[in-house]
Ligand binder design. Sequence first.
Ligand code: SF4
Length: 357
Amino acid sequence: MIRRGSIALFIPHRGCPHQCSFCDQRAISGALPVTPERVRQELQAAFSRLQSPQSEIAFFGGSFTCLPESEMVALLREAVPYLEKGLVSGIRCSTRPDGIDRRRVELLRQFGVTTVELGAQSMDDRVLALNGRGHTTVQTVEAVELLRQVGLQVGLQMMVGMPFDTQAGAMRTARRIAVLGPDGVRIYPAVVLEGTRMARWYRQGIYTPLTLEQAVALCGPMIALFERKGIAIWRVGLHDTPSLREGLVAGPFHPAFKEYCLSFLWRQRVDPLLGRFPLGEALLLQVPPREHSAAVGQHRENLRHWAAAGYPVTVRSEAELTEGFRLTPLSSAAGCDKMKERAASPETAQKGSKTCF
Ligand code: SF4
């Protein structure tokens, strides 16, 4: 949930009046209260371990601004000195859309908060209501506007595969979130955790979570959508924690969920192009170096997929490629390589030899 370099402080929403279908309220109410003293100790301990400045102090847990105002301010006061000394570049918190109003936004700004993440979860009021979220899509839109007005960065979190949602509905939520233009998004596939209403619905046969394959096929295109709109992807998939593994009943959890989504996107890019080549032709897929492992796929799944479709594909990193890709017959690419070598040699370079690229 938290970006590398962040110091994360979990603020449980104790006594939460809501009943989100995916949340285990008992686990939250059993959590230790977070006091300013505890925040002070945790920050002191964190900074005594760390050598270099960190990106942010992050108050996460979902509902930071739903704390009584004096408590919220007391916690922020503990973080502010680190910001003033330049030991962190910002303070981040996550909250519910209905936990935002003009006064709270102003307070957050005054106390150095730089980014607020909102748990939008869905942009469909029916889905929100049936899952007991206790806020509406209008409140999400208004919260984004308020945060923007005071110059805060905004993140939106969405959940894919919630009860009473559909795959088309989740995609609509992604598109509506993209229109809001947040600075970053987190995409979480819904999983069934013990002690939740979702677990009860799952056992009663009222709810069936997405399979891993369905969730990947849904979240992959969402990643592409947000990237096209220039929206940063802060997280895809749930953090792999002992408590998650302990409580997991069912659902599309995988520690490499994002990697599966990125691999899926490469199949989506390449598959429509295969028909341009004779069946059985060995192909060369040239990709930017940072994309190599996603193009190959988790455990080489893309290579197996293309081979099963009749096209043995070799994936190669090309330092000169910063985006996009090239798909060519391997045989012609081998010829190109020879021409490139000749062009690079002192004898031929003088003569202006052509390369295939
Ligand atoms: S997830 Fe929902 S029910 Fe759980 S603490 Fe947050 S607002 Fe309350």
